[in-house]
Design a protein around this ligand. Structure first.
Ligand code: FEO
Length: 135
């Protein structure tokens, strides 16, 4: 069973590029979560790296559209992004150094972050970007 499922009702921002990126991000998170049971550190590490890569690209994409549209909530939104990236990169370094593991609590943490961030923080930029022609 998937850890997280994208629906327009729960996660739609009305900005198509970011909705697509969120769906891709969910796929990578679900892939990491389903890989955990294997105990295969190589596969888990690859799935972790892939997720973090997509997260970084997505945050950069959103921030670029916030800059482009003159979004007033950029600074606070970027701070939330940076905090998650710092947490993820710290885990990534420790995992590859053999000093930490990726666990179901890790993937649940990211899922819960997304459950909060997309509906409460991301969705707020939708009307602003739409008004600037970003749809
Ligand atoms: Fe879709 Fe602000 O992350």
């Amino acid at each position: 069973m998937a850890l997280i499922t994208w629906t327009r009702e729960q996660f739609g921002t009305n900005v198509s590029v970011h909705d697509q990126e969120h769906q891709s991000l969910f796929e990578r998170l679900n892939n990491l979560d389903s890989t955990l049971a294997s105990g295969d550190r190589g596969a888990i590490g690859a799935a972790l790296d892939s997720l973090i890569d997509v997260v970084g690209k997505h945050f950069a994409s959103e921030e670029a559209n916030m800059v482009k549209s003159g979004y007033p909530g950029l600074a606070a939104h970027k701070a939330a992004h940076d905090k998650l990236v710092d947490t993820c990169v710290d885990l990534q370094k420790k995992f590859h150094a053999g000093a930490a593991e990726v666990t179901p609590e890790t993937t649940a943490f990211v899922r819960d972050w997304l459950y909060n961030h997309i509906p409460n923080i991301d969705k707020a930029y939708g009307p602003h970007m739409n008004g600037k022609g970003i749809v």
